[in-house]
Design a protein around this ligand. Structure first.
Ligand SMILES: Cc1ncc(C[n+]2csc(CCOP(=O)(O)OP(=O)(O)O)c2C)c(N)n1
Length: 338
């Protein structure tokens, strides 16, 4: 066995992301998730794993609605993440954010955002603060190809080069915006060229090999971190499942899905490890099994975590001086009884 720890590290990260999301899916089926909207990144793990692994301690980031994998790659604890998705008290935001609004300042997670492009300008503020304080950190905005059509992205790109900020714009291009294929939504698909026209260094990644992707990203980060040169990275991949948990993808052919699912970064990495004598099948099975145990425990933790009592539910949501909201039933009864 040769020692190629980076490939192994990235494999483990991708596998943890996938297994976590498979358990999230199970949590949904068992009726334990808060709300019905769950956006899984199965098939796209190479993006979160390589970007997250190339970032450093104290770097910050924002994510779009499909952000579980990114947070895991930045050190998110699956137990507290799963509890958040279940709307429970032990969640990162005490269950008040759910799948699409997780944040954790300690790990640099400045917030997931359900508005397409909504999290992008936040990194401009973070980058500005790092520059002012001469801190060696970068701030990364993660978003989908749908956000490439949002004006806020270009306002943010403009400010990033105007003020020379240590920020990264990362587009995870999974080919679809809900049920619309990119070909039906985008006139000019050379996103890197768009970013270059704003003065950003740009990188287009289209590979199943996580080591290649990681090295390219790490290299580009150097000038962002050391010289305040903002950059743009597009990572091409494919969303294996529907847009959200309820979506069975009626807008695309099964043959397209089955062909594209063959392009699986996790299978690629596992084959690569075997081919290059880095790990054998038994080693990989052991890794997979340990991950399964970790994620099973996280799911159990979320299911057993308590729910908030009534006084906690509205805390941090409304100002303390505001009256607490009343249910529609209570409102109607009050009107009827008057
Ligand atoms: C400003 C805005 N417009 C529309 C929506 C509805 N919407 C939610 S997700 C989504 C598709 C986003 O696609 P993309 O940015 O490519 O991310 P992906 O879901 O593919 O990861 C849309 C249109 C929204 N949330 N915000």
């Amino acid at each position: 066995m040769t020692n190629n720890s980076k490939l192994v590290e990235l494999y483990i990260l991708m596998k943890r992301i996938r297994t976590f999301e498979e358990r999230v899916s199970e949590l949904f089926i068992k009726g334990h998730t808060a709300g019905s909207m769950l956006h899984l990144s199965i098939g796209e793990e190479i993006a979160a794993a390589c970007m997250g692994n190339a970032m450093q301690k104290n770097d910050s980031f924002t994510t779009h609605h499909r952000g579980h994998g990114i947070f895991l790659a930045r050190g998110g604890d699956p137990k507290y993440m799963m509890a958040e998705i279940a709307g429970k008290k032990d969640g990162y935001c005490k269950g008040k954010g759910g799948s699409m609004h997780i944040a954790d300042m300690k790990l640099g997670h400045l917030g997931s955002n359900a508005i397409v492009g909504g999290g992008i300008p936040t990194v401009i503020g973070a980058g500005l603060s790092y520059k002012y304080q001469s801190l060696p950190y970068i701030s990364v905005a993660f978003f989908g190809d749908g956000a490439m059509q949002q004006g806020i992205l270009y306002e943010s790109m403009n400010l990033s080069t105007l003020w020379n900020l240590p920020v990264v714009f990362c587009c995870i291009n999974n080919q679809y915006g809900m049920g619309t294929k990119i070909d039906n939504a985008v006139g000019y698909k050379d996103f890197a060229a768009r970013a270059k026209s704003f003065g950003l260094k740009s990188l287009y990644i289209n590979t199943l090999d996580p080591e290649i992707a990681y090295k390219q990203i790490k290299e580009l980060f150097k000038s962002t971190r050391n010289n305040n040169e903002p950059c743009f990275i597009e990572i091409e991949c494919y969303r294996f499942l529907g847009h959200a948990r309820m979506d069975k993808s009626p807008y695309r052919d099964e043959s397209e899905e089955s062909e594209k699912r063959k392009l699986d970064p996790i299978s690629f990495a596992s084959n690569q490890m075997i081919k290059n004598n880095i790990l054998d099948e038994a080693d990989i099975k052991k890794i997979d099994n340990d991950i399964m145990i970790e994620m099973d425990k996280a799911m159990e933790f979320a299911i057993n975590s308590p729910i908030n009592d009534e006084t906690e539910i509205f805390k941090d949501v409304y100002s303390e001086n505001d009256p607490l909201p009343v249910s529609l039933d209570e409102k109607i009864n009050k009107i009827l009884n008057n």
